[in-house]
Ligand binder design. Structure first.
Ligand code: NDP
Length: 311
């Protein structure tokens, strides 16, 4: 265990965290990013990104996050691969899983969000045995196999399209009769010869066990209540995200879905005047790399103004 100090301490290494680090370190103040459990954040689990400005040839999520990290490091930020396990806002202190304790002048919370799971009975047992939330991580194992994607938003459609490049057949199971994904993505999905949609179906059970892995997904039609089992080798869940805010419960203002509520809409301000918030941890409706990066910039600039005033 070591006591450490960083004037600007940033929790999270997604686009919000790295952007805050670029702005923070550029001010020549000691700036440290605590990566969290997934270095580079959720974008490292997406496939190609075609809507981040400046990359007309598309870029993979991993490469985009590597480049952001490199840019932050070039500016002088330190990236620590560890996870915060407690925060004491009154003592300006963060304890890391590895045992180190950081004191800070300002804290920027950019801990992001993580994928939701269906919560079906044998889900825990079948994670890594056919049930996944990451097509780019696990899709490789389903070459020429049959997979199901559950969900109706951009993530589900992107996962289905990605998997259709590898798998023999992809079913998209959605609990409604229309998707909420962007029109262009919907068009690509609906026209894809390997993808079949299953509308108005709720998932009720995974078939299979730890020996066989997943062998199917049983779904129920919400209108006819008829059940059917879709035989498959894998099930990919893409039903949205929940913010990583467990550390802040009862310390910061959270809304009913767990998002940190800024003191004023459109700002990075929290109830502590040296604590700022950015990215998916405070806003999941847009959930874009560019909006998270913009949030990181806003949080860092607000933090720097606070530090300048204090001097
Ligand atoms: P969304 O919240 O947009 O969509 C979640 C989908 O999952 C909805 O269709 C929802 O159905 C369904 N769902 C939720 N809970 C359940 C459940 N328990 N069982 C079955 N279905 C369920 O999440 P996404 O992860 O798709 O996207 C999150 C944000 O990220 C969005 O703002 C999206 O635009 C953005 N994003 C953008 C991308 C891009 O620009 N290329 C790529 C990926 C994400 P219902 O409609 O019935 O609630």
């Amino acid at each position: 265990m070591e006591k450490k100090y960083s004037s600007i301490l940033i929790l999270g290494s997604g686009p919000a965290g790295y952007t805050a680090a670029i702005y923070g370190a550029r001010s020549s103040r000691k700036t440290t990013v605590i990566s969290g459990p997934l270095l580079g954040g959720q974008l490292t689990q997406t496939s190609e990104i075609e809507n981040y400005p400046g990359f007309p040839e598309k870029i993979t999520g991993i490469e985009l996050m590597d480049r952001m990290r490199e840019q932050a490091e070039n500016m002088g930020a330190e990236i620590v691969e560890d996870t915060a396990v407690s925060v004491d806002f009154k003592k300006n202190e963060v304890v890391l899983d590895g045992g180190d304790i950081y004191n800070y002048d300002v804290l920027i919370i950019a801990t992001g969000a993580m994928s939701k799971w269906l919560g079906l009975p044998n889900e825990e047992n079948l994670k890594g045995m056919g049930v996944s939330v990451c097509a780019t991580c696990d899709g490789f194992f389903y070459r020429n196999k049959i997979v199901v994607v559950v969900g109706g938003g951009n993530s589900a459609v992107e996962e289905a399209l990605y998997l259709a490049n590898l798998a023999q057949k992809v079913y998209l199971v959605h609990r409604r009769d229309k998707l909420k994904a962007e029109v262009e993505l919907q068009k690509r999905l609906l026209e894809h010869p390997k993808i079949e949609t299953k509308w108005n179906k709720v998932s009720i059970a995974y078939e299979g066990n730890q020996t066989t892995g997943v062998t199917g997904l049983t779904v129920e039609d919400i209108i006819s209540h008829k059940q059917e089992t879709i035989a498959c080798d894998g099930v990919f869940i893409a039903i949205g995200h929940k913010p990583n805010t467990e550390l802040f419960v009862q310390q910061l203002d959270l809304d009913e879905s767990g998002l940190i509520k800024p003191m004023q809409t459109g700002t990075a301000l929290t109830r502590y005047d040296n604590v700022f918030v950015a990215g998916d941890v405070q806003e999941l409706t847009c959930c874009q790399a560019i909006t998270a990066a913009a949030g990181g910039c806003r949080a860092a600039m607000t933090a720097l103004t606070y530090l300048d005033k204090k001097q």
